[in-house]
Design a protein around this ligand. Structure first.
Ligand code: COA
Length: 391
């Protein structure tokens, strides 16, 4: 199999972006990634656009973005995997290179969620499960889906709302150090606990926000990588899995089976036996605070029921066993659905190359990083292992 590496990354400012059109927002990250990699538009062999898009007006975002970014006549497509759309776009770009169809491929994710009123956005996201059985019959929204996970986890393992809030405190702390994050203010645990309930036990500060933003990565085959960079970040392992549309068909609610299966695949491919000690840094899908705790366990950073201990001991801060979400995560950086997975890979690439802001740069010892991106409640899961070292 041909090896594939990340050679350039870009991320737009995240937040409410009524100042730009969808294509301009996408261009912010594309322009940065082209500059970062030294690749010019004519060198790109294939473009994959990640976009869920039901809240914005462009039905064919891949086409308008490629035209605006000067990428025509290069082939393009749009992919969708709910909140894991960005990682799916990276996997398609990676596969095209591996298959020999491209030497340089771009994955760009973009979302303008604030183009629709919030109540519509909440409804659109709520439909992502099994529309007929769960949304239409019971009216579940996404905060409510993850609230079911939280209630179930709290009942089984005895954790508290304050324990959940530790995720928000950590991720807002790192968001405050990321100039591209939607929220750049640290918060205290008291503020989390005082914030209004959205769906018990999840409060405002347990939720990721509604975000506009874009992110882009440029991938290259091993045959051309050295023409562009001396510090490629190799995609050393990649895994994906899915689970039932209906939550009611699942056997347990205190973890996501799809994430565990995706991690197993990615670890096998990358030769990871013990994740703690292998990874210098991770990005995990903290769409709601409970999701980050379940991710620690699904990824093997902690035993089931013990994820909160990592937070209490500050092991997922810089200096701990496995620093997590040093860009603020979905919680504080923001969650523009189609861009999120790509922004994780962009952040980890810069962490591995030691070029993020000084006060949120972790030590790179082994040169390995992990991205965990979930769509729905494990309807899709993608795990990607990045490394400064080839397989
Ligand atoms: N975390 C922290 N602060 C938030 C926030 C969040 N998630 N969402 C909004 N805010 C802040 C806003 O900045 C604003 O502050 P201000 O008054 O100081 O300007 C205030 O809270 C109200 O913002 P508003 O835009 O009116 O949001 P809201 O309160 O109506 O919506 C949620 C909050 C939680 C309902 C909304 O963010 C949401 O639906 N999040 C989940 C998105 C989702 O499901 N994504 C997919 C996950 S799988």
């Amino acid at each position: 199999m041909r090896e594939v590496a990340v050679i350039g990354v870009g991320t737009s400012q995240f937040g409410k972006r009524s100042d730009v059109q969808l294509v301009e927002l996408a261009w912010e990250s594309i322009r940065e990634a082209l500059k970062d990699s030294g690749v010019s538009q004519k060198d790109v062999d294939f473009v994959v656009t990640g976009n869920l898009g039901m809240w914005s007006s462009e039905p064919l975002p891949a086409v308008v973005i490629s035209e605006y970014a000067g990428l025509n006549p290069t082939g393009t497509m749009k992919v969708e995997a709910a909140c894991a759309t960005g990682s799916a776009a990276v996997m398609v770009a990676y596969s095209a290179i591996q298959a020999g169809l491209a030497d340089i491929a771009m994955a760009v994710g973009v979302e303008k969620m604030n183009e629709s009123p919030l109540h519509n956005v909440v409804e659109f996201i709520g439909r992502a499960g099994n529309y007929f059985w769960e949304f239409q019959n019971f009216g579940l929204t996404f905060p409510a889906y993850y609230a079911l996970h939280a209630v179930s986890y709290m009942a089984k393992f005895g954790i508290t709302e304050e324990d959940l809030g530790l995720v928000a405190v950590k991720n807002h702390y790192y968001g405050s150090k990321n100039p591209k994050a939607q929220f750049q203010k640290p918060i205290s645990i008291e503020e989390v606990l005082k914030s209004p309930y959205v769906a018990y036990p999840l409060k405002l500060y347990d939720c990721s926000p509604v975000t506009d933003g874009s992110s882009c990565v440029i991938l290259a085959s091993e045959d051309v990588v050295r023409e562009y960079t001396d510090t490629p970040v190799w995609i050393r392992g990649i895994g994906t899995a899915s689970d039932t549309a209906n939550l009611s068909k699942r056997k347990e609610f205190w973890g996501l089976k799809a994430a565990r299966v995706a991690a197993e695949q990615a670890y096998k491919m990358a030769g990871v036996h013990e994740p703690l000690g292998f990874f210098d840094v991770a990005e995990v899908h903290d769409c709601f605070t409970i999701a980050e705790i379940m991710a620690y366990e699904d990824l093997g950073f902690a035993k089931q029921g013990e994820g909160v201990e990592l937070l209490k001991e500050e092991q997922t801060y810089i200096g701990g066993k496995i620093p997590v979400n040093l860009d603020g995560g979905l919680k504080a950086k923001g969650h523009p659905i189609g861009a999120t997975g790509i922004s994780m890979i962009a952040e980890l690439t810069k962490q591995l190359q030691q070029r993020v802001e000084k006060d949120r740069q972790t030590d790179i010892i082994n040169g390995n990083a992990l991205a965990h991106n979930v769509g729905g409640t494990g309807h899709y899961a993608y795990v990607t292992v990045l490394s400064l070292n080839r397989r």
